[in-house]
Each structure stands twice: as C-alpha cells, then as structure tokens.
Design a protein around this ligand. Structure first.
Ligand SMILES: N[C@@H](CCC(=O)N[C@@H](CS)C(=O)NCC(=O)O)C(=O)O
Length: 210
C-alpha cells in the first residue's frame, strides 16, 4: 500500500481542484497542498506546466506519479486507499455503474451546464455527447430519487464528483430547481470531510476585489 505522505495536491481555491481536495479529506491520509494563484498565472509557469501541460488544476502527485483530471484523481484515490471504502472493486457488479457516474460528471453534466452558461447552440442531440440538457438532468435526478447517495447508503468517490458538479451548478443556477438536487447537495454538505475542505478553501480564497 502506498504511503499517504507521498500525496501532493496542486490546488487553487475555489476551483475544480476543490473536488480533489474534498476527496483527499474523505480518504483521510496525510497530504501536502501546493497552492497556485490562477490570477497570477502560476499555473502557466514552466515548473507547473511540467506537472500538468494543460496548465490546469487539480494535479495530484502520488508516489512520484502525476494524475490530472479531477474525476480520475477521485477514482485513483478510491482505488489506491481501499480502506476508506469509497469505491467498488473490480468484480463487484456495482463497479460498472460506479465508473459510469465518475465519467458522467465531466463528460455529460458539466458540458451540459457550460453550454447553458455560454448560451451556446448545441446542434442535433445525436451529435452532442450529452444528448440534451433536459435528458441529462432528468437522468441524474432519477438516480438520486432513492438516496441518500447514488448507491443508496454507500457513499463513493462518484458522489464526490457528481455532488461537486451539482453544487457548482446550483451556485450558478445551471441545474434545474429540483428537490432531488437540493436534498442531495444538502446531505453532502453535512459530510465532515467536505466541511473541512470548505473551511480550508475559505481561508485560501483570495478576498473579493473592493
Ligand atoms: N477537466 C479538468 C478541468 C480543470 C480546470 O478547468 N481547472 C480550472 C480551474 S476550475 C483551471 O485550472 N483554470 C486555469 C486555467 O485554465 O488557466 C478537471 O476536471 O480536472
């Protein structure tokens, strides 16, 4: 088993790296945080581009290996630290659906929200990866109907990804005002790991311009 002290998160608050930050708190292993100021373009320095050539946060370094993309980081941490019980292992019938939700956040929900935010014409649903906004949001709402989490009583890394995406969408009114979303996001907000990561992010967030 890898040593948790080998974990380094490149982070900017608030940003998508808050997803990985929350996940690290759920895992409960020690980690080092390296803060980047996006306004100062610290994500564009040669040093950071050597870590993530995309110039994006988050990036996680685990035992010398770099992992980028917030959903991949969550999936990796859940698999690497199974004692945290945040994944379904290969062989469990829930593994496939669990992976589906890990991918559904960045590949369907997020582009549906961003297209809406940018007021972009999306073209025929057959050509758009997420189909259409209403179907995407309806599928997520249906999956949350039973609760409390995507897989009933079992909280997983997929809830970190989907929950973070919905929380962000709710903040900017990019998801429908539906009870399924509101109660799910409220339940997630009670998790001590999320509260801890939010408290740290609040300290790290740059003060609003006066
Ligand atoms: N698909 C990436 C997206 C990461 C991303 O867009 N991060 C933003 C912060 S929310 C960023 O680093 N922006 C700085 C920039 O692009 O200059 C992920 O999920 O990790």
């Amino acid at each position: 088993m890898a040593d948790g002290s080998e974990l380094i998160l490149y982070h900017a608050a608030p940003s998508r790296s808050s997803i990985a930050h929350w996940m690290l708190e759920e895992v409960g292993r020690p980690y080092e945080m390296r803060i980047l100021d996006l306004k100062k373009q610290e994500n564009r320095t040669p040093e950071y581009l050597a870590v993530n050539p995309m110039g994006k946060v988050p990036a996680l370094v685990h035992g010398g290996t770099v992992i980028t993309e917030s959903a991949a980081i969550c999936c990796h941490l859940a698999d690497a630290f199974t004692e945290a019980r945040l994944n379904f292992p290969v062989g469990d019938p829930r593994r496939g659906p669990y992976l589906k939700w890990l991918f559904f956040g960045p590949s369907c929900i997020e582009p549906a929200m961003i297209d809406r935010m940018m007021q972009r014409e999306t073209g025929p649903r057959s050509a758009v990866g997420y189909g259409d906004y209403d179907t995407t949001m309806g599928v997520v709402a249906d999956a949350l109907r039973l609760g409390p989490y995507l897989f009933g009583e079992t909280f997983t890394a997929a809830d970190v990804v989907i929950g973070s995406t919905l929380r962000w969408g709710m903040l900017f009114e990019l998801i429908p005002d539906r009870e399924e979303f509101k109660s799910y996001v409220a339940r997630l907000g009670e998790r001590p790991a999320l509260k801890r990561s939010q408290a740290t992010d609040a300290e790290l967030a740059p003060p609003p311009a006066s």
